[in-house]
Design a protein around this ligand. Structure first.
Ligand SMILES: [Zn+2]
Length: 244
């Protein structure tokens, strides 16, 4: 018996465009192959992302980057077979009676390799990390109430690698799932005794194709992701899920 068996509808909650593919692309592809309806909620447009040097460099730090990342996310979602895509703060991922709002990328800085922390200059009132936590949770809950997924998936309580937006998304997705009595699983990047581990290398081609859609943020070199700053990581096709 697998956690993936008999899931009619799974909602992934992510912080920035590209997270859905980098951290959960193979799992999404596997669920889609099993006939599950997969939806993705993305909290911000990754406005503070560094841009890969090349034809898109000029977008860095401009409003046009957000629009490019919207297009990149849609192409990646289509590649992975995602059925529904939503922005946090916009209906139906917005509390009833409130007008739409944007949550913006809070940025981050590296504290040490593999661990991120808050940026030094979070002076944007719309940054996700400074938004009222209750408002963020209620907006996630609005989408859960709308979709009624059988499972919600998001980061672990460290946000995977400490990015403040990922941590906030974990907290909101977990609290909203609890409030609506919806099962919640956190993403693990290493096997654990109380988690299910999925080796999904069969989806490497699909994940690679979806990664290539995020051309402002990364390039794909063989089985590696090369980030805008030059850091390399292997494309992830193995992932753990732990029910909380
Ligand atoms: Zn992210």
């Amino acid at each position: 018996m697998s956690l993936l068996d008999g899931q009619p509808s799974v909602l992934f909650v992510h912080a920035h465009p590209d997270d859905e593919t980098i951290s959960t692309g193979a799992l999404i592809a596997e669920l889609v192959a099993r006939g599950t309806r997969v939806s993705v909620l993305t909290a911000t447009r990754g406005e503070r992302g560094d841009v890969v040097r090349g034809p898109l460099s000029g977008l860095e730090g401009t409003d046009a980057l957000a629009r490019e990342r919207e297009r990149e996310l849609q192409r990646a979602a289509d590649t992975l077979g995602i059925a529904g895509r939503f922005w946090l703060g916009e209906q139906p991922a917005r509390s009833a009676g409130l007008g739409p709002r944007r949550y913006r990328d809070s940025g981050m800085k590296w504290i040490r390799p593999g661990l991120a922390g808050p940026a030094d200059d979070v002076d944007d009132d719309d940054a996700l990390a400074v938004a009222p936590p209750g408002e963020v949770t209620r907006d996630v809950a609005a989408l859960i109430a709308h979709l009624r997924p059988s499972l919600v998936v998001s980061y672990d309580n460290g946000g995977g690698y400490g990015h403040p937006d990922h941590v906030r998304v974990h907290e909101a997705a977990l609290a909203a799932s609890r409030a609506l009595d919806t099962p919640f699983a956190e993403i693990l990047h290493a096997p654990a005794p109380d988690a299910e581990w999925f080796a999904l290398g069969a989806h490497l081609g699909t994940v690679s194709a979806a990664l290539r859609c995020h051309a402002s943020q990364l390039t794909v070199d063989g089985s590696d992701i090369v980030h805008s700053g030059g850091q390399r990581e292997r494309i992830t096709t193995a992932i753990g899920l732990r029910m909380l």
